[in-house]
Design a protein around this ligand. Structure first.
Ligand SMILES: *[C@@H]1O[C@H](CO)[C@@H](O)[C@H](O)[C@H]1NC(C)=O
Ligand SMILES: *[C@@H]1O[C@H](CO)[C@@H](O)[C@H](O)[C@H]1NC(C)=O
Ligand SMILES: *[C@@H]1O[C@H](CO)[C@@H](O)[C@H](O)[C@H]1NC(C)=O
Ligand SMILES: *[C@@H]1O[C@H](CO)[C@@H](O)[C@H](O)[C@H]1NC(C)=O
Ligand SMILES: *[C@@H]1O[C@H](CO)[C@@H](O)[C@H](O)[C@H]1NC(C)=O
Ligand SMILES: *[C@@H]1O[C@H](CO)[C@@H](O)[C@H](O)[C@H]1NC(C)=O
Ligand SMILES: *[C@@H]1O[C@H](CO)[C@@H](O)[C@H](O)[C@H]1NC(C)=O
Length: 264
């Protein structure tokens, strides 16, 4: 009777927390991504490929303990341990988990499908479900666009994320954050940068910066805005060369314009 009363008291004394023994604690082991920046008592954000360590206070007398999981697709036992026998680890976890038979902690190398809930259970009690959010770190994005645009024209640079899912896209020019204006426009949730009426001044290195909860990555792209003069000069040189071969060198050198027309 007394234990039941005590349990009731405990439940009443801790509103909001699950009716269970003290909870799971989790952290990401280094080295890893910038995961784990703000762990909370019920939740940890970590990244695919990282190792997390789940710990629990030692349970009261019990003959067997379990670590259990619940994800979108399935639920089950990760490891069960009855003291006088070797720990029994389920197949999909056996190569990437380490169960400590002394303190019952569990180390786990994270995979894509591990986003879900975890708890520790003994014969008589269980912890609350602990949420592990598993995010794929971002690989280097790719910028698709025309690297050469004529002055006065418009151009579009599209930032594609190839690995992982980005929460935030930002653009920089020559290392400085770009702000939107009539001239610089962000579309499709900032995944695309539009430069309207490009001028020579818009030439430079454009970087797309992507970010999610566990990582940041970026890539850059050299944009060259061609002035009209930049088109005429190479044309003139080609013209001079072809013209001299054809024996009309003198005619060609006299003026840019007829020459340009003649060489098209
Ligand atoms: C290990 O656990 C699985 C289920 O988690 C069970 O089917 C199997 O019989 C157990 N093996 C041993 C040796 O206890
Ligand atoms: C675990 O690793 C062993 C040897 O490294 C391998 O034979 C076995 O197939 C692996 N099991 C799983 C589920 O990946
Ligand atoms: C298991 O945990 C105990 C106590 O925290 C620790 O001393 C021991 O080194 C751990 N064993 C392994 C294999 O990590
Ligand atoms: C960016 O992604 C590449 C792989 O595409 C990776 O090698 C690199 O470490 C990532 N950079 C950061 C800062 O995470
Ligand atoms: C890139 O822009 C130049 C000049 O505006 C144009 O001649 C060329 O066809 C464009 N290339 C592509 C792949 O759009
Ligand atoms: C833009 O982002 C919002 C919220 O992140 C999302 O709901 C919406 O579908 C996105 N739109 C496009 C075009 O990607
Ligand atoms: C060129 O860009 C610089 C800074 O990016 C700006 O101060 C300047 O006014 C621009 N010139 C023109 C002609 O747009």
């Amino acid at each position: 009777m007394l234990p039941v009363l005590l349990l009731l008291l405990l439940v009443l004394a801790s509103p909001g927390s699950p009716a269970a023994s003290a909870g799971v604690t989790a952290r990401t082991l280094s080295p890893c991504y910038s995961a784990d920046l703000s762990p909370t008592p019920e939740r940890l954000v970590s990244a695919v490929g990282c190792t997390v360590l789940l710990t629990v206070p030692l349970p009261n007398a019990t003959k067997v303990v379990f670590w259990e999981y619940k994800t979108d697709s399935q639920e089950g036992v990760i490891v069960s341990y009855a003291f006088n026998r070797p720990a029994n680890t389920s197949r999909s976890y056996e190569n990437r988990t380490k169960f400590n038979e002394t303190d019952f902690s569990l180390q786990m190398v994270l995979q894509q499908g591990d986003d879900g809930l975890y708890r520790f259970r003994s014969e008589s009690e269980a912890t609350g479900w602990f949420q592990l959010r598993v995010v794929e770190p971002l690989s280097e994005p790719e910028i698709v666009g025309n690297s050469s645009v004529k002055a006065g024209g418009s151009t579009k640079l599209v930032c594609n994320v190839l690995g992982g899912k980005a929460d935030l896209y930002r653009w920089k020019k020559n290392g400085e954050l770009l702000l939107g204006s009539d001239h610089i426009q962000f579309v499709d949730n900032t995944t695309t940068l539009c430069i309207v009426k490009a001028s020579m001044n818009d030439s430079g290195y454009y970087a797309c910066v992507v970010r999610n909860e566990v990582s940041q990555n970026e890539t850059s792209f050299l944009l060259h805005v061609q002035n009209a003069a930049n088109v005429v000069l190479p044309m003139t040189l080609v013209c001079v060369f072809v013209g001299s071969l054809a024996g009309v060198f003198v005619w060609c050198r006299s003026r840019d314009r007829p020459c340009r027309n003649g060489c098209r």
